[in-house]
Design a protein around this ligand. Structure first.
Ligand SMILES: [Zn+2]
Ligand SMILES: [Zn+2]
Length: 470
């Protein structure tokens, strides 16, 4: 193959002095030798005997050594683009006009800054300077070529490649840039963290837990759905509509199976007969829903809290209006992640679903999600199914997992996923939620998991029976 033929750094191939000339290390060694000798003589007793002449000689020797270093380095073939020292090198060959090339530009800039002195990052504009690109024998742009410190080609990639993929590849190739500073904070090298057994036993009675979200059921907003397998208990009308939105069965007449709880009396009434006081939470703008058997009671409550009184049909319409762009579940935008897909907006009912919009639509997306511990914003941009950027760069994902009856771990469902601005925030959140189980994954990994899904798998994603909490 063409790739195999080209196994040497082209810079060491042209000119005679590059690779075979005086190594920068040798120069440094010589320089250090002269320095130590000078210091030795300088500090030695009796230096005064040497007098001025001796000192001047030492200064001349030092200046001379520096001059030699400068001269040799300046005359090095290949000029300013050749490596200043033996560093692993990443060469990106592209142009300033092709779209994936343009996407590469900020990534190269970031790598240049973050890995200064550890990785050499080079861009060759093959449209402007075709001769410079020739030795690399590329077939398309952009192409990235990875060289080890000795100039040997280790790997090459064609097309756009995300920063995290570049870093992961270096790691895979056995090239480490770790210094305990910048590299350690990169998501690609995020520390492994997982908790697969809950920190404490879930001692709650089964009928006190919401079927959808696993939270405690508030007796004032309980919803019960009759099913062949017994009653399904939900914490609120909202969790009922989430369940409804992801049922795959025929839903004609389904509402007849639904009972809600009267806010004033605690009585259970048929859902379709209720009056619903629909309000908004002052702080978050998140909808609040209270059910009443009696319209007068609903009006009275409205005097205290404000809101609108609507019937079952209107409530259902509102609850089902906003959907997850990946799994179709009903979602309150206040709870979900905002997703921009080529100028159109949708939501992810969880952070992982938000990334899944890239898989479902095939578009480049931008996800705005909040840290589950602190609410800080995290912005993820994708390009061609890969992560193009993450803000902040330290952000990571929690992949909520739960052990099934078969002993195997599977997704714990949308309520148990999340993003965090740092691995540390994730740990703190896990500690605060003793029942959560799962593992830290990179956002890059979370996206890759979604990009792997077939259209058939996406169709079934998060539907009841697929990743339901129980
Ligand atoms: Zn719930
Ligand atoms: Zn979803």
């Amino acid at each position: 193959m063409l790739h195999a033929m080209f196994s040497q750094c082209p810079c060491s191939g042209d000119g005679s002095g590059g690779g075979s000339g005086i190594s920068p290390w040798l120069i440094l060694l010589a320089f250090a030798g002269v320095w130590f000798l000078a210091r030795y003589i300088w500090n030695k007793k009796g230096v005064s005997v040497m007098g001025k002449m001796g000192k001047i000689a030492i200064v001349i020797a030092l200046v001379g050594a520096v001059g030699v270093v400068v001269a040799i380095r300046g005359s090095k073939p290949g000029g300013p683009s050749s490596p200043p020292a033996a560093l692993p090198r990443l060469v990106d060959l592209g142009s300033t006009t092709c779209i994936p090339c343009k996407l590469m530009a900020p990534i190269l800039e970031e790598l240049k800054k973050e890995y200064a002195g550890r990785m050499q990052v080079e861009f060759i504009d093959v449209a402007e300077n075709p001769d410079a690109g020739k030795p690399y024998r590329i077939k398309l742009i952009p192409t990235q070529v990875f060289f080890d410190a000795s100039g040997k080609e280790l790997w090459r990639h064609e097309g756009f490649i995300a920063k995290e993929d570049i870093l992961a590849k270096w790691k895979e190739l056995g090239v480490s840039f770790a210094t305990g500073t910048a590299a350690a904070s990169q998501p690609a090298s995020a520390p492994a963290f997982e908790r697969l057994e809950p920190a404490k036993a879930d001692t709650r009675a089964k009928d006190a837990i919401c079927y959808m979200c696993d939270r405690d059921i508030d007796a004032k907003t309980l919803v019960v759905v009759k099913s062949d397998k017994g009653d399904v208990r939900l914490c609120s009308p909202h969790c009922y509509f989430i369940m409804y939105s992801c049922l795959t069965e025929d839903k004609a007449g389904f509402e007849k199976k639904v009972s809600v709880t009267d806010w004033t009396t605690g009585m259970v009434i048929p859902g379709t007969t209720g009056f619903y006081l629909y309000g908004l939470d002052d702080k978050t703008g998140r909808p609040t829903v209270k059910a009443f058997a009696d319209k007068g009671a609903a009006i009275q409550e409205r005097q205290a809290t404000g809101g609108s009184i609507v019937g079952w049909e209107t409530l259902q319409g509102k609850e089902l209006a906003a959907r997850c762009g990946f799994c179709d579940r009903a979602v309150y935008p206040e709870d979900g992640a905002l997703v921009r897909a080529e100028g159109l907006y949708t939501w992810g009912c969880c952070s992982h679903c938000a990334l899944g919009v890239a898989g479902r639509t095939g578009k480049d997306i931008e996800v705005h999600e909040r840290d589950r511990l602190t609410g800080e914003e995290i912005i993820v941009k994708t390009a061609n199914g890969s992560v193009a950027s993450i803000q902040p760069a330290t952000a990571v994902a929690w992949f909520g997992l739960r052990k099934g009856a078969d002993g195997k771990f599977a997704s714990a469902g949308c309520f148990h996923q999340g993003f965090f601005v740092s691995a540390d925030n994730l740990r703190q959140w896990v500690e605060k939620n003793p029942l959560e189980t799962g593992r830290l994954i990179t956002i890059h990994q979370a996206l890759a998991d979604k990009m792997k899904l077939t259209p058939q798998q996406i169709q079934k994603a998060c539907k009841i029976g697929e990743c339901a909490p129980k």
